[in-house]
Each structure stands twice: as structure tokens, then as C-alpha cells.
Design a binder for this molecule. Structure first.
Ligand SMILES: [Fe+2]
Length: 167
């Protein structure tokens, strides 16, 4: 299964929710851009890109089941949904497991487990900062606490070319 096939499948899976679709397209674009910039190997990049496309797979279910999307609920519901999403695909089990793990930890900032995890968090942060018009203070907080790659920091500076985002 290719990234393009995963993208097509996830768009179809999203049932016309263009807000959700726009978000994961943006996260995927940032994730891919950061991964290229950081020289991430092909298999890790594939896993990262697949996780970026599917990371919010549990959002519609959480909105329905709990009334809102909360990071912890999304993580708990998301991992098994990812396994089902990829069940009829030709991906190796350990690849699907890693994608599911990443989706199950995409709000877990305390312990970063590898460059795919780090870049997924950074890409989601960049997308959320753009979509939700985060304040310079909130952006700076996240940047200083969680942003590790130079490629993500470069994107942040380009997206918000203001005094506060410069180091
Ligand atoms: Fe997200």
C-alpha cells in the first residue's frame, strides 16, 4: 500500500468532513517536509506519513461518544481503529503496529519515542497553530518545550514571521 492509497482511503473514510480532511492533509504535508529536512530513512518516513494521515481517526467517534475530542480518549480509541483501517492492506504487522502506536501516543509529550513520534507531534502542532490561530505566547511555549527539529522550527518561523517567533 502506498502513501497515496492511504490518503485516498482516509479521505473516503472521512465521509466528506472537509475540516478533518484539511487537517490531516496539512499534518501530513508538514510531517513529510520535516522528515525530508531531517533526512529520515524511507521506512520510518512511510510510517510517519501513514500516522500523520490517520492520526485523528478517532475524532468523529470521540465527538459522538464523549461529546468532544480529548487527547486521551483519542489516543485510546485511535490505535484499534488504525489496526482495523489497515487490516485488509498488505502492510507488515510491525509497520501497522508502529502506526497504531504513534496514533495512540500523538498527544503524549512526556516521553518521545523516536524521530517519527517527535515529527508527528511537531507537524500536528504546526497545523493546529495555523488552524486555530494560536497566540505567539502559546507557540513559543510549545516551541521551547517540545520542538526539537531544526526543520520544524524553520517552518514555524516561516509560518509566523514575527518578532516573538525568532530566537
Ligand atoms: Fe491533529
Amino acid at each position: 500500500m502506498t502513501i497515496v492509497e492511504i490518503m485516498e482511503k482516509m479521505i473516503a473514510y472521512s465521509n466528506g468532513d472537509r475540516h478533518d480532511i484539511d487537517h490531516f492533509i496539512r499534518v501530513w504535508t508538514f510531517a513529510r517536509t520535516i522528515a525530508e529536512g531531517e533526512g529520515i530513512d524511507a521506512e520510518t518516513r512511510f510510517i510517519l506519513e501513514a500516522a500523520a494521515i490517520t492520526h485523528d481517526i478517532a475524532c468523529p467517534l470521540c465527538r459522538e461518544k464523549y461529546g468532544y475530542t480529548n487527547g486521551k480518549y483519542q489516543e485510546r480509541e485511535g490505535a484499534p481503529m488504525v489496526r482495523r483501517f489497515f487490516a485488509d492492506c498488505d502492510l507488515r504487522d510491525e509497520i501497522v503496529e508502529r502506526i497504531a502506536w504513534l496514533v495512540g501516543h500523538h498527544h503524549s509529550f512526556a516521553e518521545i519515542d523516536g524521530p517519527d513520534h517527535q515529527i508527528l507531534l511537531e507537524a500536528d502542532f504546526l497545523a493546529n497553530a495555523v488552524e486555530n490561530d494560536w497566540s505567539p505566547r502559546k507557540r513559543a511555549f510549545f516551541r521551547d518545550r517540545f520542538m526539537k527539529t531544526e526543520s520544524a522550527r524553520r517552518l514555524l518561523r516561516a509560518l509566523f514571521p514575527t518578532e516573538t517567533d525568532r530566537e
